[in-house]
Design a protein around this ligand. Structure first.
Ligand code: RM4
Ligand code: MN
Ligand code: MN
Length: 431
């Protein structure tokens, strides 16, 4: 919890909350009565919700845009310091996102220890660090045009390995505990490379990164089925990701980005499989209609999000110490990123809350009798319950706002930043 730290004056939040207190109490009362009839223990659920948290992607605080262009709004952050300030606003109002996940070299910093102090003063800390060997950087010795960790050239592979180890070293100074590796490596044409050898080269490179992991760190392998490789991506699916993680060892786990699967894929089943074998490292939450759209979590398929959390709650109940890393990975093209992130965090926590509302005993009973409709209805009843009042009460108890989006809009935060921040410029690209 961020306590009273954060860029907005606490009195503003307190005043706003007083204005909303009566209406919220009434809604909460009504929900408690409904849930009491279902014998659901609200206090246990509130405790879980109060502990739930997500990491914000540093790259999601800027206007990501698409490869066709960016349309940043005035007051958009232009560097990591400004991004941290915006992240602190998201945390202060929503109380769900106390950590930020950095991406190197996009967030390249001279003094990581100082940045750590800056974050702490804002009520934030750092989550997994992300490496980037899918783009060339000015002055770089070797190009990633033909791949990075799986490249045919040993020099390219060594450079990519060294970059990942640099990210770990930076992460240590920031207080991070994990490295997320996503590579764009793959083939655009049949015959371009050996499908088998490319994976072997990747595994060999990943071993060198794994060997550099400090104690207590985890390596997250992120798969994605296509783009930028349009024929055969090296780490295309959860099966490949799982095999690599298994090859590397216990500290290597798989990261599930919700947008990185073919349409129709049963992602909740992937989640259950990975968890069962101790390889579910974490998530990049977002939503997708066609491909890796990086749309706001829950914007397209909120039911899928709920079903994913339904599996996660089953795992929480069945497995001691089950704690995947929850991160958001979105690209905001036409919205104010703070607004998107506030709503996304709420949608994700809402899916978790509704999964917690599933009557597990009733579900188990239906399953044991092969009562298909009964089981489905048990899930649907929870899915259709508006957990909003519950989330609001928990958020306010943690010092957040009754209505984070409304208060953010009233605060004038972006307009004030527009007066002091330089223009972030248009053009293509993600930061
Ligand atoms: C990729 C993948 C990675 C993210 C980059 C920006 O598609 O989702 O997680 O680091 O985009
Ligand atoms: Mn991702
Ligand atoms: Mn992606």
């Amino acid at each position: 919890m961020a306590g009273n730290k954060g860029p907005l004056p606490p009195e503003v939040i307190e005043r706003h909350n007083r204005e909303h207190a009566d209406a919220i109490a009434q809604d909460y009362e009504a929900l408690s009565r409904t849930l009491a009839r279902r014998h659901i223990d609200l206090s246990a659920i509130e405790k879980k919700l109060a502990q739930f948290s997500l990491a914000l992607p540093s790259w999601g605080l800027g206007t990501g845009g698409t490869r066709f262009g960016r349309f940043p709004i005035p007051g958009s952050p232009t560097n990591i310091h400004e991004k941290l300030a915006d992240a602190a606003v998201v945390e202060q109002l929503g109380r769900l996102t106390p950590r930020v996940s950095l991406h190197f070299p996009w967030d390249r910093i001279e003094d990581p220890a100082a940045l750590r102090g800056e974050a702490e003063n804002l009520g934030l800390s750092f989550d997994a660090v992300n490496s980037n060997t899918f783009q060339d950087q000015p002055g770089q010795g070797h190009s990633y045009r033909h791949g990075s960790l799986s490249a045919v050239s040993a020099q390219v592979r060594d450079q990519a390995i060294a970059h990942n180890i640099d990210c770990i070293r930076l992460g240590e100074k920031l207080g991070s505990r994990a490295l997320t590796v996503w590579v764009g490596d793959g083939a655009n044409f049949p015959g371009q490379h050996s499908l088998g050898e490319a994976l072997e080269r990747y595994i060999e490179s990943a071993r060198a990164i794994y060997a550099a992991l400090p104690d207590g760190w985890r390596l997250f392998i992120e798969h994605k089925f296509y783009e930028p490789a349009f024929y055969a991506t090296v780490i295309a699916d959860w099966g490949t990701s799982f095999l690599v993680a298994k090859e590397l060892g216990a500290s290597a786990q798989c990261l599930v980005d919700l947008g990185h699967h073919a349409q129709g894929t049963n992602i909740e089943q992937i989640v259950a499989r990975l968890a069962r074998f101790g390889k579910l490292g974490g998530f990049h939450f977002n939503d997708s209609k066609y491909g890796d759209d990086d749309l706001d979590a829950g914007a397209i398929n909120p039911h899928q999000l709920f079903l994913v959390f339904n599996e996660l709650v089953e795992c929480e109940l069945a497995m001691e110490g089950f704690a995947p890393a929850y991160m958001i990975d979105q690209s905001h093209n036409v919205t104010d990123p703070i607004e998107s992130l506030l709503l996304s965090a709420e949608a994700i926590a809402g899916a978790y809350a509704r999964a917690l509302l599933v009557d597990r005993a009733a579900l188990a009973e239906c399953r044991s009798r092969n009562d298909v409709i009964g089981a489905f209805r048990t899930l649907r009843r929870a899915y259709e319950t508006d957990a909003g009042p519950l989330l609001t009460v928990v958020r306010m108890a943690l010092g957040g706002a009754a209505d984070p989006l409304a208060l953010y809009r009233q605060s004038g935060w972006r307009a004030e930043r527009a007066r002091e921040r330089k223009s972030s410029g248009a053009g293509a690209g993600i930061v």
